[in-house]
Design a protein around this ligand. Structure first.
Ligand SMILES: Nc1ncnc2c1ncn2[C@@H]1O[C@H](COP(=O)(O)OP(=O)(O)OP(=O)(O)O)[C@@H](O)[C@H]1O
Length: 597
């Protein structure tokens, strides 16, 4: 024997309230939507039928209930049983079960959201010349249907829904809340919506064009809209259109930096009714510098109406809108460089992220974004024009170590150590074939420092041996070179490999016996990858330290110059380095004051 499923309405309401809808506010949206759909359905056969929706909040009805009346198509008694009392049944799907294009609803569950705030839903409805049908549905799952006696029916075709509040939820049905929610969801609807005596529909969408309006008046109006809707005055407004999804709208460029890790939520209307203010995924991830408001006729909502269904149409729309944002950005360089500068100052992170995948944006960064270099702030275009080769450091630390020395050696250097920059600069070579780029690491720089003449090299051997013995415990390799500027006595050079080796050595020092062998395996064969301390033979003080016969003094000088070089390279002082600094400072002080010997 076949049985039909039975549904526990209490369970369903709990499911809706706790898992489907984010807030009870949506009950207003669902009621509005049903009223609009009913008017649409009536107008299919009767194009001039009235289109009015009227909310009477608790203060007005006087008995704590909320009434909402529409001039829509209404329902017959049979339809009431079939549609109102059957969860999941909707009149807005075609014979094949697809959502019908002209309607907002489709799932056949929206009315249930009223149980988030009401214990009882009463419907009085009349279609054509038929009798008025009354339906009362309760949150416990029971319902009754009656046909109103002659003389007690509705005067006109349409439907009135009355919500009897649930205990503790009465505030949802009061005038202030209802007005706020109707204005939020319904202000752009093409039918007249009233709460009490106040009309809350405010006509066309903000982005609709009006021939009588000047461009600056339009810009001012849209800016005012952004201020009221989102609380900021946009840096610029970008027009959006994706005809494949019947989508129109605007993107407001944020006037302050936004966090790229946080996806921006957009305000999306579906057939002129607000779907949600928190729709994500409308734009590609890199577009975190705009907030949009759009209306679409074709994109599909999920059943909760809190999100858009992520299908191929949405993917296509994302591409279309991405192209429009890119086009705006590219055009700004030509039309309004000042604004572009301002935009880049605020949103360079987003633009750089985009430039990683998009050549046009990469060219924009190349042309307009000022990089830190060791010859002042320059755009890459200016840098390439002046020096031919774009030599760059891929880390801020390495740039700091190399900046002054490489400048003194006529090696102009770009700091590409900030987020995305190294990848961007290295991509320049592929995207712009005329631009030559080359990374520079401290190890490369060390190779460019002049070695000593054989005699001089032999003379400093004993010093190198002493210095190396002292600095072995610091994990650095001692080298003597000649380089500019002569004012720098010693240079601490640490590149990526050396940094890894240093970490491994520190790890080994702190590890237990078991892991020592593991660390050793990684360290083996990489002894020469230690950071280098390069003494400058051109620096008088360094040379004095190299030639003094006083071994104690030389030792203090080595430790002192080492810690100074470490600090100049903005490296952290390890306990061993701190000990070396103290020893050197105290030793030198005591020598200077003649207390030692
Ligand atoms: N004001 C109304 N006038 C006429 N019919 C209505 C009205 N409200 C609801 N109905 C009927 O009841 C059905 C169920 O409504 P419900 O809101 O639960 O679902 P839906 O609007 O079809 O879909 P969705 O779950 O996407 O909102 C509708 O399909 C419609 O036929």
């Amino acid at each position: 024997m076949t049985h039909a499923f039975r549904v526990d309405l209490r369970g369903i309401v709990d499911l809706l309230s706790h898992h489907l809808y984010a807030t009870p506010r949506v009950y207003v949206r669902e009621l509005l939507q049903n009223a609009v759909d009913a008017i649409t359905a009536r107008r299919l056969a009767e194009p001039d039928a009235p289109g009015d929706i009227w909310f009477e909040p608790a203060e007005r009805t006087g008995d704590g209930t909320l009434r909402i009346t529409d001039t829509g198509i209404g329902l017959t008694e049979e339809q009431v049983h079939e549609l109102l009392a059957t969860i999941g049944r909707s009149s807005k799907r075609d014979d094949l079960g697809f959502a019908r294009h002209e309607f907002l609803g489709q799932f056949g569950i929206g009315l249930l959201s009223c149980f988030l705030v009401a214990d009882e839903i009463r419907v009085r409805t009349r279609t054509g010349d038929g009798p008025t049908v009354e339906w009362v549905g309760r949150a416990d799952g029971s319902y009754e249907t009656t046909v109103a006696a002659d003389g007690n029916g509705r005067a006109a075709q349409g439907t009135t829904v009355t919500l009897v509040p649930r205990r503790g939820e009465e505030h949802w049905l009061r005038e202030r809340t209802v007005t706020e929610l109707v204005a939020l969801y319904g202000s752009m609807l093409p039918v007249a919506v009233r709460v009490g005596d106040t009309v809350l529909t405010s006509g066309p969408a903000p982005w609709d064009t009006n021939r009588a309006e000047s461009a600056s008046a339009r810009a001012g109006r849209l800016a005012a809209y952004a201020q009221q809707a989102f609380g900021f005055t946009p840096l610029d407004v970008i027009e959006l259109a994706a005809p494949e999804a019947g989508l129109r709208g605007v993107a407001f460029v944020l006037p302050t930096p936004s966090n790229p890790a946080v996806r921006v939520a957009h305000r999306v209307y579906l057939k002129q009714m607000l779907l949600s203010e928190g729709i994500e995924g409308l734009l590609p991830e890199w577009a975190f510098f705009v907030r949009c408001v759009v209306d679409t006729t074709e994109l599909r909502p999920t059943a909760s109406r809190e999100a858009l269904y992520d299908d191929s149409l949405l993917e296509q729309v994302r591409q279309t809108l991405a192209d429009q944002l890119r086009g705006w950005l590219a055009g700004l360089g030509a039309s309004d460089p000042r604004r572009l500068h301002e935009f880049l100052r605020i949103h360079h992170l987003g633009v750089k992220a985009l430039a990683l995948h998009d050549d046009e944006t990469l060219r924009l960064v190349y042309q307009w974004w000022p990089f830190e270099t060791n010859v002042g702030a320059l755009t890459l275009a200016e840098f390439a024009e002046r020096y031919g080769l774009v030599r760059y450091s891929a880390s801020v630390d390495e740039f700091r170590q190399m900046a002054s020395v490489s400048a003194a050696q006529n090696v102009p250097l770009v700091n590409a150590g900030y987020v995305y920059e190294a990848e961007l600069v290295s991509r320049l070579g592929e995207a712009l074939p005329d631009v030559a780029v080359e990374p520079l690491t401290p190890a490369d720089l060390a190779l460019r420092l002049d070695t000593l003449e054989p005699d001089a090299a032999a003379a400093v051997e004993p010093f190198i041996a002493t210095a190396q013995r002292i600095l072995d415990r610091q994990g650095v390799r001692v080298v003597v070179r000649r380089f500019d500027p002569p004012s720098v006595p010693a240079l601490y050079l640490l590149d990526g490999d050396a940094a890894l080796q240093l970490d491994l050595r520190r790890g080994r020092e702190q590890s237990t016996d078991v892991f020592e062998a593991v660390f050793d395996a990684f360290i083996a064969g990489h002894e020469d990858n230690r950071p280098q301390l390069v003494f400058n033979h051109r620096n008088p003080l360094a040379r004095q330290a190299m030639s003094t016969g006083d071994e104690e003094l030389a030792g203090y000088a080595v430790e002192g110059l080492f810690t100074q070089a470490l600090l100049l390279a903005r490296q952290p002082l390890t306990p061993a380095a701190t000990a070396a600094m103290n020893q050197s400072l105290l030793g030198l002080l005591s020598r200077a004051m003649g207390a030692g010997r």
